[in-house]
Design a protein around this ligand. Structure first.
Ligand code: COS
Length: 379
């Protein structure tokens, strides 16, 4: 057993960190304040291969291992969680299911543009009455000759405001519960498919979160993704990997907040000396560092299991569960170390705290992660 990253993984960390520091960090506070997705840097993300990380080389991607992918998400999140989730939802939730369930024609048609960043991807599972109960999908897809007609609504769709390609779950058969659901690839310009107003969120304000509406939206039957009636299984398998990505995002957010807290503790003088010399601060720093490291190991373990084609769903749920709560705790302590200024926009830790919270909710609430983990031991 080796805990050492490969040369390639270390290179991923250093190159993504360099890009994140140079191009993402300077805009992170601004896009948060302006509720504006970082669309200006999408071409650069594409150029660097950061939108094709999970796409095999034969379709124009990088074909990166999943640990490297998590490192990249971690490094982006360290400076900007909104940019990281743009990449994560595009990669884990849109390119991944097309790579793994797509026909050769679908892969040829969609993957090269998604990998280069010419197109951005999104994923539509959640509905007003199908949140944690994801199998309660009400959106319908009715077959009509060589088309499906989609009707219904999705909510809270990450990247939805500007994405070009959507993987959408809709009920296409009369089979009960999760069995009637199928997955479809839907193009943004499909007549009858419209995008709603962006949500105003507590955190990840630079991420686009919108509702989607389908009103007699006709898509080619050839855009059925995977087997008909197996869309719920596809969505769950997609989320298994996605959850490791969100756990990596949480580790990155925590790391960024931690580094800010360490720097501040060394520079802030009270009682005639830097507050870093006070045991109250030292203990918080020790707890933060230890928790981040534990979370990081959970992430890399889940990612490594996936890459080696071992069962990993329980581990990805554990990683997300632990890392999400850890990131909220660490960001909270980072604010505490900063004191009053930490509660203002002058320092990045209040943004980290707001951004960390969503990792406890999206891609399955932590209550759902506890359900997934406990089922593995109690079934
Ligand atoms: N991979 C593949 N298939 C899976 C799976 C997985 N990880 N988990 C479950 N399935 C399959 C089951 O094998 C079952 O298939 P069959 O009926 O063909 O045997 C089917 O899916 C239904 O599974 P289950 O009975 O476990 O479904 P439940 O309705 O009990 O729901 C939970 C399971 C609650 C875990 C699921 O609905 C869930 O993850 N909810 C959260 C949704 C979510 O994360 N939303 C975030 C939105 S995306 S940002």
């Amino acid at each position: 057993m080796s805990f050492e990253l490969t040369d390639e993984q270390q290179l991923t960390r250093s190159s993504v960190r360099e890009f994140a520091e140079a191009d993402v960090a300077p805009i992170a506070a601004e896009i948060d304040r302006e509720h504006r997705p970082p669309l200006d840097i999408v071409p650069k993300l594409g150029e660097l291969g950061l939108l094709g990380m999970l796409v095999p080389e034969e379709y124009g991607g990088v074909g990166m291992d999943t640990v490297s992918y998590c490192i990249a998400i971690e490094e982006l999140s360290r400076v900007c969680a909104s940019t990281a989730v743009l990449v994560e939802a595009h990669s884990s939730l849109c390119t991944w299911p097309i790579v793994h369930y797509g026909t050769e024609e679908q892969k040829q048609a969609y993957l090269p543009d998604l990998a280069s960043g010419a197109k951005i991807g999104a994923f539509g599972l959640t509905e007003p009455n199908a949140g944690s109960d994801a199998g309660n999908t009400a959106t319908t897809a009715v077959r009509d000759g060589d088309e499906f007609i989609l009707n219904g609504q999705k909510i809270f769709i990450t990247n939805g405001g500007f994405a070009d390609v959507f993987v959408i779950m809709a009920r296409s058969t009369d089979a009960p519960g999760t069995h009637g659901v199928s997955a479809f690839i839907v193009d943004r310009d499909t007549p009858g498919f419209t995008i709603g107003e962006p949500e105003h969120k507590m955190g990840i304000r630079g991420s686009s979160t919108v509702p989607l509406f389908f009103s007699d939206a006709r898509i080619p039957a050839a855009n059925l993704l995977g087997q008909e009636g197996k869309g719920f299984n596809l969505a769950m398998a997609t989320l298994d990997g996605g959850r490791t990505g969100i756990a990596a995002q949480a580790v990155g957010i925590a790391q960024g907040a931690f580094e800010a807290a360490v720097a501040y503790a060394k520079e802030r003088v009270q009682f005639g000396k830097p507050i870093a010399s006070l045991q109250a601060i030292q203990w918080m720093i020790a707890d933060m560092a230890t928790e981040i490291e534990a979370g990081r190991l959970l992430v890399y373990q889940a990612a490594d299991l996936e890459w080696r084609h071992e069962p990993f769903a329980t581990h990805s749920a554990m990683a997300k569960l632990f890392c999400a709560e850890m990131a909220t705790r660490v960001a909270g302590k980072a604010i505490q170390i900063h004191g009053g200024v930490g509660y203002t926009e002058a320092y990045p830790v209040e943004r980290a705290y707001r951004d960390a919270k969503i990792t406890e909710i999206y891609e399955g609430t932590n209550e759902i992660q506890r359900l997934v983990v406990s089922r593995a031991f109690l079934r």
